[in-house]
Ligand binder design. Structure first.
Ligand code: IPD
Ligand code: CA
Ligand code: CA
Length: 272
């Protein structure tokens, strides 16, 4: 496999500054513009996989803001943006991760924006307005929250690990995920289900979770959080030897990841 080329420092800085500003603007729109009577605009993979008008408005804001400044870049966004671009840069964004929390007025939601350069994430930003937290990472330069460098937690034995997870919107898949959680729970300290995979990965980076796993995520859910977790010293992957993907995403402090990934693989967390 040939290595992806490295973006120079000027490009890395530009991508980070743009990602931070786009996330800030979209987060402000979501925070300040949430209609009191917010309803469901559409459903996607199942009746509980909802989209609001604000998910769509947020994606439009981010893609117009970035597209005006860097017209040759590509986009992959949850609400439909999909273009390759010609510059080598592609923005991978979830304009609102944690839509169900947002719909119910819970604080666990975020704007997640990653910049890939020739297919590899080089910048990741996750802005969670109601937590007043902006996480960011640049590949090779560490992960940060409020100017402080993040380090994942020292790994406890697996039976003392606090592990986040999530449940897919498709009923057959979540039924299987619930059965798997019942198998995994007694082997851990406890499980958390926050409702935002992007925040879960940042919480691994910040040492607030020892690990995280979920089946059924898309690149827009994890592209930014994955880089932030890795830059904080965590390990991430999919099935053993594979990168994180739709079949499985696992993250954790190194010792927790090393125990959790084979366990999940053995228990079949990667299939329905
Ligand atoms: C969802 C959240 C949730 C995860 C789901 C995702 P959305 O994203 O990240 O935590 O469990 O699998 O689809 O729909 O709120 O953008
Ligand atoms: Ca999402
Ligand atoms: Ca979303």
């Amino acid at each position: 496999m040939t290595e992806a080329p490295e973006p120079d420092e000027r490009l890395r800085t530009e991508l980070l500054e743009l990602a931070l500003e786009a996330a800030e603007r979209a987060g402000a729109l979501l925070r300040d513009g949430r209609p009191a009577d917010l309803g469901v605009a559409a459903t996607k993979s199942s009746p509980i996989d909802v989209v609001t008008e604000m998910d769509i408005a947020s994606e439009k804001l981010v893609t117009s803001f970035l597209g005006e400044r860097r017209p040759d870049d590509g986009f992959l966004g949850e609400e439909g943006s999909d273009s390759a671009g010609t510059s080598g840069v592609r923005w991978v964004l979830d304009p609102l991760d944690g839509t169900v929390n947002y719909l119910y007025g819970l604080p666990g939601w975020a704007v997640s924006i990653a910049a890939e350069y020739h297919g590899e994430a080089v910048v990741g930003v996750v802005f969670a307005p109601l937590r007043e937290e902006t996480f960011h990472a640049v590949r090779g330069e560490g992960a940060f929250l409020r100017g402080h460098r993040l380090a994942c937690r020292a790994a406890p034995p697996l039976d003392q690990a606090l592990v986040g997870t999530g449940f897919n919107y498709v009923q057959q898949r979540r039924t299987r995920q619930a059965a798997l959680a019942a198998q995994v729970l007694p082997l851990l300290r406890d499980i958390r289900r926050s409702g935002s995979a992007a925040i879960d990965l940042c919480d691994v980076a910040a040492g607030r979770l020892d690990g995280f796993y979920e089946r059924g995520l898309h690149a827009w859910d994890f592209a930014a959080g994955d880089l932030i977790a890795r830059e904080a010293g965590a390990r991430t992957g999919g099935r053993p030897g594979a990168p994180p993907g739709n079949d499985l995403m696992v993250a954790g402090s190194p010792g927790v990841f090393d125990a959790l990934q084979p366990l999940l693989d053995e228990l079949g967390a990667w299939h329905d």
